[in-house]
Write a new protein. Structure first.
Length: 258
């Protein structure tokens, strides 16, 4: 039996609309005895809400099977004073961090959502405040550095642009807490007691997820949903083990391959 890490946005749903056959595919993988972990860079909703959202799409899971970047930040930054530019929805998952507006030990940038809230979170004044804290010696962290993500309206700019801007302005490189950081993948494998070479990463993200998982020694399946773009695959030196139309094809393909 395999261990399988499943990306969520773009693999199981897009903007809350289920990928056809996704729920059935997850159920088939469970029935076949594979160990599953849901790994996401979504940094706009608390883990409990993300789990409920998946259940409403017909995907059965326990909340503990869902690995999120805010929880990773809570572990990494526990006990520190943190200036956090994040969506308000994830604040409950940052338990143990002291959220402050100045004199911070660390600056943390989260991701964007499809509402107007990013207009306030990533305002000039807030970014200038983060810049000042980093220049004053605060450590710099981000939940992820995704450039964009796919929605039903099309591609939307993500917070990676703001991370890159602060890196450029300060000369300080951010520590990434989500995918493709080795610590994030290591936590997922530890949770499953899995060996990298026996673990699959199923994703729509060629650069962050496929490349990151392969560096870590995992096997990879890229799906043609979500943010997948044919030209990106054709022009990349990253080659997944398999490219499938969607997650719906993965159980059959895995059965044949093993």
């Amino acid at each position: 039996m395999a261990c399988i890490l499943l990306d969520i946005d773009g693999v199981l749903h897009v903007s809350g609309e289920a990928i056809p056959g996704a729920a059935e595919a997850v159920a088939r993988l469970r029935d076949a005895g594979h160990a599953l972990r849901f790994v996401t860079n979504n940094s706009t909703r608390p883990r409990s809400q993300l789990a409920d959202d998946l259940r409403q799409l017909g995907i059965e899971l326990d909340e503990d099977e869902l690995q999120t970047t805010p929880r990773a930040a809570a572990r990494e930054l526990a006990g520190k004073r943190v200036l956090a530019l994040v969506m308000a929805g994830i604040v409950p998952d940052l338990e143990g961090i002291e959220l402050v507006g100045h004199d911070a030990d660390a600056v943390l940038l989260g991701g964007c959502d499809e509402t107007t809230e990013p207009n306030q979170v990533f305002s000039y004044m807030n970014l200038a405040g983060a810049f000042a804290e980093i220049m004053g010696g605060a450590d710099f962290y981000c939940l992820h550095r995704n450039r964009w993500w796919q929605t039903r309206r099309g591609p939307m700019l993500d917070a990676g642009a703001f991370v890159a801007g602060l890196e450029y302005a300060t000369g300080v490189e951010a520590t990434v807490l989500g995918k493709p950081s080795p610590s994030y993948f290591a936590a997922a494998l530890d949770a499953l007691d899995a060996e990298p070479e026996l673990t699959w990463m199923v994703t729509d993200d060629l650069e962050a997820d496929v490349r990151g998982a392969q560096v870590f020694g995992m096997r990879t399946a890229l799906v043609r949903t979500g943010k997948f773009r044919p030209d990106a695959l054709e022009g990349s030196n990253v080659v997944p083990e398999v490219v499938l139309s969607s997650i719906a094809q993965f159980p059959d393909w895995l059965e044949r391959a093993t």
